[in-house]
Write a protein that binds this ligand. Structure first.
Ligand SMILES: [Zn+2]
Ligand SMILES: [Zn+2]
Length: 173
C-alpha cells in the first residue's frame, strides 16, 4: 500500500485565522506524498480518512489553528491514526435534527453548544465538535438552508484586517 503522508502548510496567512477560514483551509496548502490534488481541507480530510488517518489533523498528530499556534490533536490523541470518522457518525438526519433546533440567527458558538449537548461524549474532544459544526454549517449553506449574514461591511484601514471572527448565519428554511 502506498504511503500517504499529508503535509499542511500555511500560505500568506494572517496572524489570526478565523475558524471559518481554518475549516475551509483558506490559508493552507495540502499535499500528499501520493501527489493526489488536495484543493481544500475537506478534500484533505477525506483523503486522510480514506488512507486510515485522522481526518481532523490529517495524520500529522497536530492541530495548527494559525501559523503561530500548534497543539496536539485531541481526536486521535496525537497518533495521527483514524479512530472513528466524523463523516461516519454524523448522518444527514442528525444534521437536520440539529438544524431544526438552531435559532433563526446563530453563530458558530451556538452550533458548537448545541452539538456538545447532543453528540455522545465518546465522540472526541473539542476539535471534533468544531469540525462537525463546520461541516454542518457548510452542508446547510450548500443546501440553501442558511445564509451568512455578517460578512464584513467595512473597508479595513491600514493594518486592520476585516474581522470574520464572529460570523452569523440566518435560517431561511
Ligand atoms: Zn495520498
Ligand atoms: Zn488527529
Amino acid at each position: 500500500m502506498a504511503e500517504h503522508v499529508i503535509t499542511i502548510e500555511w500560505v500568506n496567512a494572517p496572524d489570526e485565522v478565523s475558524f471559518h477560514d481554518y475549516a475551509g483551509g483558506t490559508y493552507n496548502s495540502f499535499t500528499c506524498t501520493c501527489d493526489l490534488p488536495l484543493p481544500d481541507r475537506d478534500a484533505a480530510a477525506r483523503h486522510a480518512a480514506e488512507s486510515g488517518q485522522c481526518p481532523v489533523c490529517l495524520g500529522t498528530g497536530q492541530i495548527s489553528i494559525n501559523p503561530r499556534e500548534t497543539s496536539g490533536c485531541g481526536t486521535c490523541d496525537g497518533s495521527g491514526k483514524k479512530a472513528v470518522t466524523v463523516r461516519a457518525r454524523v448522518t444527514e438526519e442528525f444534521v437536520q435534527e440539529m438544524a431544526a433546533l438552531l435559532p433563526d440567527e446563530f453563530g458558530l458558538g451556538d452550533v458548537v453548544a448545541l452539538l456538545q449537548e447532543h453528540m455522545p461524549a465518546q465522540n472526541g474532544g473539542v476539535e471534533t465538535v468544531l469540525s462537525v459544526a463546520a461541516g454542518m454549517i457548510r452542508y446547510l449553506e450548500v443546501r440553501g438552508q442558511i445564509v451568512l449574514c455578517s460578512a464584513p461591511d467595512f473597508v479595513p484601514a491600514d493594518g486592520v484586517g476585516p474581522s470574520y471572527d464572529d460570523p452569523r448565519w440566518i435560517r431561511i428554511s
